[in-house]
Design a protein around this ligand. Structure first.
Ligand code: HEC
Length: 245
């Protein structure tokens, strides 16, 4: 495990983390597409998630984890500029989040900076998508809370799973920060249908997200797997031959 973490550190430490804050307020319509995580808080077991609420644990943290909380950047050890983006408490105490006011929050200003040198994540890393920035905007507008709900309450429909509707958004928010670019983690690229289908076809995609023996559990560093319904949908799509639908 230590060797693993060290290896990731070496791979990722080439990323630059310099920036200076300057930001634009943006009016984006967020789409909540993540479907991430089992519910770690048993007190909300059985409470269905409200589609209008942005949940830090499964909507925001996966985005920060795969794009920002990397070695050399904003993990606990590197804490560039004193900013640590690994937990709710750390985000609230180090990233200058002003609840209800995204335009006043450094976290939001940094990710929407127009200058690629100042923006977070900095070039050559890709900017967050407007949907991801929109989610962070909406989370702050809702008071930057740490609400909980049960992602597995309700019915899980695994019929006719669509790559575009169901699979790609999950990959984008939970995986792509590490599995894109010229040096993707583990040599696994997930930036196109063809590449995701390749990982599906060789069994590594499902092995990794279902935390099977013999595979490194994904999302890397997460304390829980993706929501069971999300895992089941991905399995159904893989079993259907990973179509580009
Ligand atoms: C924080 C970075 C990070 C995130 C986020 C992440 N991964 Fe990974 N992934 C890695 C690293 C690092 C490895 C290589 C691990 C190793 O080989 O020790 C890896 C390996 C893999 C592998 C190969 C596993 C194996 O044992 O063969 C697959 C498949 C994979 N990731 C898929 C995903 C998927 C799907 C997601 C999102 C649900 C995801 N990853 C999220 C960093 C990440």
């Amino acid at each position: 495990m230590i060797a693993l973490v060290f290896g990731v550190g070496v791979t990722l430490s080439i990323f630059s983390c310099k920036h200076s804050p300057l930001g634009m307020d943006e009016d984006v319509t967020p789409i909540d597409t993540t479907g991430n995580n089992n519910n770690p808080d048993t007190s909300t077991a059985g409470t269905p998630c409200d589609p209008n609420v942005v949940y830090f644990e499964w909507d925001i943290l996966p985005i920060l984890r795969s794009n920002c909380a990397l070695s050399g950047c904003h993990d606990e050890a590197s804490h560039e500029d004193g900013v640590v983006l690994t937990t709710y408490e750390k985000v609230m105490s180090t990233a200058d989040v002003d609840p209800f006011r995204p335009g006043n929050s450094k976290l939001y200003k940094m990710i929407t900076d127009n200058d690629p040198e100042d923006r977070m994540p900095p070039a050559p890393n890709q900017a967050l998508s407007s949907a991801q920035a929109g989610l962070i905007n909406q989370w702050i507008q809702q008071g930057a809370k740490n609400e909980s709900c049960d992602q597995n309450a309700g019915v899980c429909n695994t019929d006719n799973v669509s790559y575009v509707q169901d699979i790609r958004p999950v990959i984008q928010n939970n995986c792509l920060g590490c599995h894109s670019g010229s040096a993707p983690s583990g040599g696994v690229l997930l930036d196109s249908h063809a590449n995701v289908a390749a990982a599906a076809g060789n069994g590594r995609l499902y092995g990794a997200i279902s935390w099977q023996n013999g595979y490194v559990p994904m999302p890397f560093g997460a304390s829980n797997p993706l929501a069971q319904c999300t895992v089941d949908k991905i399995k159904s799509w893989v079993d259907a031959g990973a179509p580009n639908n």
